[in-house]
Design a protein around this ligand. Structure first.
Ligand SMILES: Cc1ncc(C[n+]2csc(CCOP(=O)(O)OP(=O)(O)O)c2C)c(N)n1
Ligand SMILES: [Mg+2]
Length: 306
């Protein structure tokens, strides 16, 4: 019989959880750079920017069985943004749902890891992406269905800020509040970027927190690259009443986070990275992680003393 781990939330204190999630985020970033290098290009900036969110979800919040990705009692993570699949594959590898060795097949013919997320290809991928603005509509239907079946699972829908341009997102937002889907959490990666340029220039969505609140949601807005803030927001979002208001965690993130060379890239939606630049990216990522890790451990020691 296989022993399965149903929850990854083992460490008790906030600082222990923060350290575990931060380490997971670093590995997710490493995996994403590795997959990007296999293809020489890709949506690497989004994966780096969203790594802290994905690590918070997979290393701390979700209940799942790595050996049995279709376990009925699992919490559901729905990625609306198919082009962020590289980030989700990295998180699924970190979570033990797909083997780390498989990441080198990313984007190749016959791979289970296509560039745009496909639920029929990849274990742990709940929905297919591609056409933006549909994830939240599916999440609402799924939340209703699970409630009718008496299933207590949590549903987390990851959206990009570009998906806030879609009317279907707002129909779903109103529907979720109307049906009091308290087990639903939406998380929006506000990286201020879209394929056609800055979000601000494509379609102004601010004040975005007010819009969600007006639709009847509990709203949390955090620095999406601050693991401590993410943990607190996700804890609060997940502890609402089952038949109460849904919650949204608005995450302000930085494209390319953790790799200064890519943080400064002008064409950031789909990055082309020169062959010689990959080594620089990896070095910068590791150097940043080492410095941050020392800082986090120091802060944790201070917390223990206090
Ligand atoms: C319904 C729909 N319209 C347009 C597109 C084309 N498209 C692909 S990615 C993208 C950008 C959307 O914004 P966002 O996801 O915030 O971009 P990112 O932050 O990844 O740069 C667009 C418009 C699409 N996939 N689906
Ligand atoms: Mg965006």
């Amino acid at each position: 019989m296989t022993i399965v781990k149903e929850s990854r939330r083992a460490p008790a204190t906030l600082s222990e959880r923060r350290m575990a999630v931060d380490a997971a985020a670093h590995r997710i970033r490493r995996h994403a750079l590795f997959m990007g290098e296999v293809q020489g290009q890709g949506y690497v900036g989004q994966a780096l920017g969203a790594a802290d969110i994905l690590a918070t979800v997979y290393a701390d919040q979700l209940r799942f069985r790595p050996e049995d990705p279709e376990w009925e009692g699992r919490d559901r993570f729905l990625l609306s943004t198919g082009h962020y699949a590289i980030g989700l594959y990295a998180a699924l590898a970190e979570a033990g749902i797909i083997p780390v060795e498989e990441l080198e097949t990313y984007g190749s013919d016959g791979s289970r890891l296509p560039m745009s997320g496909m639920s029929t290809y990849t274990p742990g991928m709940e929905i297919s992406g591609g056409s933006l603005g549909h994830g939240l509509t599916i999440a609402v239907g799924l939340a209703l269905g699970l409630r009718y079946r008496g299933n207590q699972a949590r549903i987390i829908n990851f959206l990009s800020d570009g998906e806030l341009d879609e009317g279907s997102t707002w129909e779903a937002a109103m529907g979720a509040a109307h049906h009091r889907l308290g087990r639903l959490t939406a998380v929006v990666d506000i990286n201020a970027l879209q394929a056609d340029g800055a979000t601000e220039g494509v379609l102004r969505t601010e004040p975005v927190a007010d819009k969600w609140a007006a639709c009847g949601w509990r709203v949390f807005r955090v620095d999406g690259n601050d693991v401590g803030a993410l943990l607190e927001a996700f804890d609060a979002a997940g502890s609402g009443e089952r038949d109460g208001a849904p919650a949204v965690v608005l995450c302000d993130t930085k494209v390319g986070r953790g790799v200064p060379l890519l943080e400064q890239r002008e064409k950031a939606h789909f990055m082309r990275i020169e062959e010689h630049e990959w080594a620089i990216c990896n070095e910068q990522l590791d150097a940043g992680w080492a410095a941050r890790h020392d800082g986090i451990q120091g802060a944790a020691r201070q917390e223990e003393k206090a």
